[in-house]
Design a protein around this ligand. Structure first.
Ligand SMILES: [Zn+2]
Length: 335
């Protein structure tokens, strides 16, 4: 997709111009309260001469905060003279969801990371995804999309890539994962990859790195520092900013090779976690329990670890529903 494609979204800056520009993507949003209304969405472009283009996105899901914090700070602090190439910063990709403190958009219930490559004539979420695909991803060499667990999950701080079939692309992507410098580096098998920004960038042959930096609809001193260090490390790794990445310790590489790494609830009830994040569990261990407070005669349901490894993700709310992801167990990556 390219600039020639139709989009209802207008942009008030030139993405290819030199210097630092804070721009606005204006998304038409006609509704009862505002007949000719719109959603002004911020985007910053910093360009200095030729070189790679790095696209950073945050709040793809609106209740994940390390990305918006790190990117809001980066767009203020990064100067054009310190850049070689181009940096495009979208601190909140699903701005309506971010403003509502929700994972998905309150306007159309759109999950941004299931809307790619988007649709210029679709919903607000579809239109944003289409604009990002046709105008921003098309210009980028490297895309970093900063996630956390949102209100329903918490995860160990990790950068994430997928196991890609193209050897050259995989080598470059793995190098970027390591350069990000998070405590953990995950080679993830997605349960539901269709519609993700990840898939669109990877299919275009580019380098894509995602993250999960915590969760529970908030952020911590640690997770913010991992995000801030990570974005700067990617800029140094790509040569867009001078210097070597600051990696306190190499990322511990992990993966989730099979569906058995994901433990789901099959009943609804009171959720008891039995191993905290970071704990090592053996296959067959009880990783969590579901209790039935209103049914004294009913025994709790044990949720069992399907593999041996480290607990890297857990369900956060005190109640759990049938089908919810209760925990994820990762194994050391053999590659
Ligand atoms: Zn997310």
């Amino acid at each position: 997709m390219t600039d020639d494609e139709f989009s209802k979204i207008s942009l008030d800056i030139d993405l290819d111009a030199e210097g630092k520009q804070h721009g606005t993507m204006t998304i038409p949003w006609s509704r009862d309260e505002s007949s000719w209304g719109s959603i002004p969405m911020p985007l910053t472009v910093i360009r200095n001469g030729d070189g790679p283009t790095v696209l950073f996105t945050g709040a793809n899901h609106g209740d994940e905060y390390e990305g918006p914090i790190a990117l809001t700070k980066l767009r203020s602090s990064l100067k054009a003279k310190d850049v070689r190439g181009r940096v495009i910063i979208v601190p909140a990709l699903n701005l309506p969801a971010f403003r509502a403190g929700k994972r998905t958009s309150p306007i159309d219930d759109g999950n941004m990371n299931r809307a790619f490559p988007g649709d210029a004539r679709g919903t607000i979420t579809d239109m944003i995804a289409h604009f990002v695909t046709s105008r921003l991803i098309s210009r980028a060499d490297v895309v970093v999309d900063i996630h956390a667990g949102g209100r329903s999950m918490n995860l160990l701080p990790m950068s994430i890539i997928h196991d890609l079939p193209d050897e050259k692309q995989m080598t470059a992507t793995l190098a970027a994962l390591k350069a990000f410098g998070a405590p953990y580096g995950m080679i993830l098998t997605e349960l539901d990859a269709v519609g993700m920004i990840d898939t669109v960038v990877e299919e275009a042959g580019k380098v894509f790195v995602s993250t999960e930096l915590g969760g529970a609809a908030t952020s911590t001193v640690e997770t913010i520092s991992v995000a801030e260090r990570g974005v700067m490390n990617i800029l140094k790794h790509t040569g867009v900013v001078a210097g070597e990445p600051d990696i306190p310790e190499p990322s511990k590489l992990i993966h989730t090779p099979t569906g058995a790494c994901f433990v789901s609830a099959r009943t609804e009830g009171l959720f008891e976690i039995c191993h905290d994040l970071g704990a090592h569990v053996e296959k067959g261990d009880v990783i969590a329990r579901v209790h039935y407070l209103e049914d004294p005669d009913r025994a709790p349901t044990d949720l069992i670890a399907g593999v041996s490894g480290q607990v890297v993700c857990r369900h956060m709310p005190g109640l759990i529903k049938r089908g919810d992801c209760a925990a994820v167990i990762a194994e050391p990556w053999p590659g």
